[in-house]
Ligand binder design. Structure first.
Ligand code: BGC
Length: 790
């Protein structure tokens, strides 16, 4: 094993920054080569060099989006998908795949929710860990992202996610903790945003105290792309690699900072050892001996989609015996929506649409994808619906709605699609909706449709998977990994998400998703864990203990019986309901799960471990996870709000806790209208006041001001004009244009240097915006790197 002590200071510093967009340095003098990192998480994205189009990349398998994969609740399937992606990486000379993303789905409008797994930390953590195990089994590294509290795209470069310590530990950090401890990802990506006042890339508490300290993480932390708030401070506070890096002399700048005492030698040594070890591991990967089996990976993409799609409702119309006398309506049947936009976009050449799979069925597009009304299309669809016995109606969110770089504005499907449903249902009441979107939408037609099959964004195998489920070649077995609220207003953070100009208060604290809906007894369209099957199951629960103490583990044995002749997989969901105590807690939380396959009429048992820690909350006073004792109910549910079997378990604890009811009343009696008026409870839980954010659009500007902030200034307007002219010249597609535009507005001045230009450009622009032209000139021509904080 190579030792960092064999390296010169300059060589060590070279390990601390990337080269361009996709290369991480090794130590060539020691025979450890540089290596490539590439995006996931839906598949491998290798952008074509010099292309101006973000979606111009090498052909690769597009697996279901994590939003759908999580609905499989199938650890083994997730591992196999990871393994297949790892194999594809090996064939494409990729050392580390930039995936998975395990951020919690705090609010359904987050533009990147399709890239994330769940609103529940256990499910997100376990699925993420399994994916990591799969990829890394191939000798390819993963990069667990985006650490942490990156739960919105709006203001993502400047947003301060302000979260109380309990919510941080129990909800937002938990999936990372699980993944780090269970699967040891070779790298972790810090997020763009701040967490409680400090940029994630420059956050000593998060990176050094928690990740590398408490969790004992030994891998590499790299920044999100352009997300290094200040590269020297960041390295001092736990960041190992700055990504990307276009500065030609970054290693020299870093070495100089060490010599001048701005950058800690100890931190450089630690980071250098970590990166060296990573490069060495990557270098040891076995070269593939056979060509990549693309057909095999496509089949896995189909299998994964089939085993994950969720049957939301079914009045018995499904499965169909055949497509005879069925009309297929909806452009998505022909032009499927199967992935989201942004850095996760995969260029597959093996996409199967539903129509391409089923062949020549009577079809009408019915609506335009750009949302414009098209009466002729609608008319034709209605006429077709009248002629047939049933309608397969493909609805969903158009691609422009869901993307990295911006959030959705509402939870609605396009009006032209909703209008079409209303007209069709009058012409033919037998409508089966096939729905594609990366996150929940409001479903005003939910009780009028005969069945709804939710495909989320299901990757290149979408057509085959939908066909298999509609015809009952396979029984649906996906379960929702997030709650589907009835309306956006019902979301606990609805009235204050995504925050104002970069200050996002997580006032709902622990009460995210079902933790809120169940505790506040608020009706949802479909609860967390919901999903129908063609089979019907019953459950019997047994516990190996009546009582559990610290350091003990209990086991739940669940016997599942399939009462139908239909073979089907079945998700077993295990929850714990808490007794009312002094500590505020959600009414019920997921504590374990399993997926099992049953033949017709088969009975099978599965055993789920219940560690004592399943009952723990984060005790802020002692900075540790502790348990409040009492009689908990251990429950088997077919969703979070449909419990079919339960048994009491006494949880013994010596710890006593004081009630916070007076300080945080809203976390004991949850407001039905969300937490918009819960500032006092929130501040009490946070333990500090939150300064009001400044009006970002007013002078003085600083390096953290964004292009949007500068739009009232001459330099801001000029930059915008140049950028927009360039976009027009480049003939970008609508979706690319929208994403680039949003990314432009969100760019902070400090990031201007990541584009390969001088470090001082950002400061010069800030000076110009502050009407200080001479200072701008001075910065461009003479200024040395500005003086650093410690
Ligand atoms: C995204 C990351 C991605 C990186 C590289 C960033 O904009 O946030 O998830 O891995 O770009 O493409």
């Amino acid at each position: 094993m190579a030792n960092k002590d064999e390296l010169t200071l300059l060589e060590k510093c070279r390990l601390l920054h990337g080269e361009g967009n996709w290369i991480i340095h090794g130590a060539p003098r020691l025979g450890i080569p540089d290596f490539h990192v590439q995006d996931g998480p839906l598949g491998l994205r290798i952008p074509k060099e010099h292309s101006i189009h973000i979606y111009d990349s090498a052909e690769a398998t597009c697996f279901p989006s994590p939003a759908l994969m999580a609905c499989s609740w199938d650890i083994e399937l997730e591992r196999r998908v990871g393994e297949a992606m790892g194999e594809e990486c090996l064939h494409n000379d990729t050392g580390v795949l930039l995936a998975p993303g395990v951020n919690i789905k705090r609010n359904p409008l987050c533009g990147r929710n399709f890239e994330y797994l769940s609103e529940d930390p256990l499910l997100a953590g376990k699925m993420g860990a399994s994916f990591i195990t799969g990829v890394q089994s191939q000798g390819v590294g993963t990069c667990l992202k985006h650490f942490a509290c990156n739960n919105q795209e709006s203001y993502r470069n400047i947003n301060d996610s302000t979260v109380d310590e309990r919510a941080l530990r129990e909800i937002y950090l938990k999936p990372f903790e699980i993944a780090v401890k269970e699967s040891n990802p070779w790298s972790v990506m810090s997020s763009y945003n701040l967490i409680n006042g400090f940029y994630a890339s420059d956050n000593e508490h998060l990176l050094l105290d928690i990740l590398k300290g408490e969790w004992g993480y030994e891998g590499v932390v790299m920044s999100d792309w352009g997300g290094t708030a200040d590269y020297i401070d960041s390295h001092n506070h736990g960041l190992d690699v700055e990504m990307p890096c276009f500065a030609k002399k970054r290693n020299k700048q870093l070495a100089k900072a060490v010599k001048q005492g701005f950058l800690s030698q100890e931190r450089v040594d630690d980071s250098a050892s970590r990166v060296l070890a990573l490069a060495e591991k990557v270098g040891q990967a076995k070269k593939p001996s056979a060509p990549f089996d693309r057909e095999k990976s496509h089949r896995l993409a189909v299998e994964a989609a089939t085993k994950s799609m969720v049957l939301l409702s079914n009045d018995g119309v499904l499965p169909l015996s055949s497509y005879d006398n069925v009309a297929v309506i909806g452009e998505f049947a022909k032009t499927p929506r199967y992935q989201g936009n942004g850095s996760s976009h995969v260029a597959t050449a093996h996409l199967s649409s539903f129509l391409s799979v089923v062949g020549d069925l009577p079809f009408a597009p019915g609506y335009r994808l750009d949302g414009e009304e098209d009466l002729e299309k609608k008319e034709k669809a209605i006429n077709l619906a009248k002629e047939k016995k049933a309608v397969l109606l493909f609805l969903g969110l158009p691609a422009i709605k869901e993307s990295e770089s911006y959030d959705r504005e509402d939870m609605l499907l396009p009006k032209n699609q909703l209008d079409l449903f209303d007209s069709l249902v009058e012409a033919n009441p037998n409508i089966i909706v096939v729905l594609s979107c990366g996150a929940p939408v409001e479903l005003p037609f939910k009780d009028k449709a005969k069945a709804i099959l939710l495909t989320y964004l299901s990757g290149e195998g979408v057509g085959e998977a939908v066909d298999a489920l509609l015809l009952g070649k396979v029984s649906p077995s996906g379960k929702l990994a997030e709650s589907w609220p009835l309306r956006y207003e019902d979301v606990p953070s609805a009235s204050f998400y995504p925050g104002f100009e970069g200050q996002s208060l997580y006032m709902e604290s622990l009460y995210v998703g079902y933790r809120y809906y169940l505790t506040a007894e608020k009706e949802v369209a479909y609860p967390f864990g919901h999903g129908l099957s063609y089979a019907s199951f019953s459950y019997r629960l047994a516990l190996d203990k009546e009582s559990i103490k610290e350091n003990e583990t209990a086991y739940a044995t669940i016997e599942v019986e399939n009462h139908s002749d239909f073979p089907s997989e079945c998700v077993v969901e295990l929850y714990a309901s808490s007794p009312k105590g002094n500590v505020y807690k959600p009414a019920r939380q997921l504590i374990g799960f399993a997926k099992i396959a049953l033949s017709g009429k088969e009975k099978k048992e599965t055993k789920i471990e219940i560690p004592y820690s399943a009952f723990a909350h984060y005790d802020v006073a002692s900075s540790s996870f502790l348990v409040e004792g009492g009689i908990y109910q251990i429950e088997v549910g077919e969703s979070a709000d449909s419990i079919l079997a339960s048994l009491p378990l006494e949880v013994v604890s010596k710890h006593k806790f004081e009630s916070k009811k007076d300080a945080c009343p809203d976390y004991y009696a949850l407001p039905k209208k969300g937490f918009g008026d819960s500032r006092n409870s929130f501040l009490a839980a946070l333990g500090r006041d939150v300064p009001a954010d400044k009006d970002r659009k007013k002078r003085p500007y600083d390096l953290h001001s964004t292009m949007e902030d500068l739009q009232g200034t001459w330099i801001g307007k000029t930059a915008k004009k140049c950028f927009f002219q360039k976009m027009e010249k480049d003939h970008l597609g609508e979706e690319e244009k929208k994403m680039m535009k949003e990314a432009f507005y969100a760019t902070p001045m400090r990031s201007l240097s990541t584009g390969g230009v001088s470090d001082k450009l950002g400061q010069a622009v800030v000076d110009l915006a502050n009407r200080r032209p001479f200072s701008a000139l001075w910065h461009l021509v003479f200024a040395k790197r500005r003086k650093r904080k410690s």
